[in-house]
Design a binder for this molecule. Structure first.
Ligand SMILES: [Zn+2]
Length: 269
């Protein structure tokens, strides 16, 4: 898959960053979270996944990568769970906006927030606030590329499960211990037929999993820290998911490059 070296902001000089932006002014901000991922995956799972996806996308496309902030925001039910370190929504929205405003000073005009953790509660607000400042920003979660994921996986994606563990096995196997992989389930407060799981194709009238208080708090509910079946994870499934995500984002970058050459702000007045 790789065609070149990943272009990480923190490894470059200011002069080289500014020179790069004159030729290509798209930057990707990978974001994850610090969150427990069961007995078999590390608490940095989502951030490592985001960094891994971003690295491969940059190797393929040459796009600039902003440093991953590691911490993220969380849906309400994650709070109070050991291993999790959630930022408040206001902190995370401010963090995303400050990073993107800062990168803009060096000549970047188009931003893609690539998330490996469910945090639309802050990414969507950040995107709209940046839009008010005429900063072109898209945000996507890697599992948006899975709908429907039944051609790749046996189960819909939830947490520290078949999907996430497969990706982790492909991107950073050194931190995964499959001998401890387990299963775990959730009990939604309304029937699952009303809820769109991450990786599931929406049906009429269904609500996205982040559109309601559908769950009790995880520290009251989750016994293993897993939602789904991590024992189904394989490196082969992970490779297929990762290449689907990398190809999709590469296509998006190509589309933006074609429409708006470097130096052009799509939201300019
Ligand atoms: Zn995760």
């Amino acid at each position: 898959m790789s065609e070149g070296k990943a272009r990480w902001w923190q490894e470059m000089t200011a002069k080289d960053i500014v020179a790069h932006a004159k030729k290509d002014d798209i930057a990707i901000l990978p974001i994850g979270a610090i969150e427990q991922h069961g007995p078999h995956c590390p608490c940095g799972d989502d951030s490592y996944n985001a960094i891994g996806f971003a690295r491969l996308i940059s190797e393929k496309t040459g796009v600039m990568l902003l440093p991953c902030p590691m911490y993220g925001s969380h849906p309400y039910m994650h709070w109070g769970m050991p291993g999790n370190i959630p930022l408040t929504y206001e902190t995370h929205i401010g963090l995303l906006m400050d990073i993107i405003r800062g990168a803009k000073v060096s000549g970047f005009n188009k931003f893609i927030i690539l998330s490996a953790h469910g945090q639309v509660s802050s990414t969507i607000v950040a995107v709209h606030k940046l839009g008010l400042e005429r900063i072109f920003t898209l945000s996507l979660h890697w599992y948006d590329m899975l709908r429907d994921n039944k051609d790749l996986l046996d189960t819909y994606m939830w947490h520290a499960d078949e999907a996430e563990t497969s990706v982790a096995l492909y991107l950073f196997p050194e931190f995964v211990d499959m001998s401890k992989a387990d299963k775990g389930h959730r009990e939604p407060l309304v029937d699952d037929k009303f809820i769109i799981a991450p990786g599931q194709r929406p049906g009429p009238g269904m609500m996205y999993h982040f559109e309601g208080t559908f769950s009790k708090f995880e520290h009251q509910e989750l016994s293993t820290g897993i939602i789904g079946d991590a024992t189904l994870a394989t490196v082969e499934k992970g490779e297929k998911i990762v290449s689907r995500v990398v190809d999709h984002v590469a296509e998006l970058i190509e589309d933006i490059r074609k429409r708006y050459p470097a130096g052009v702000n799509p939201l300019a007045a």
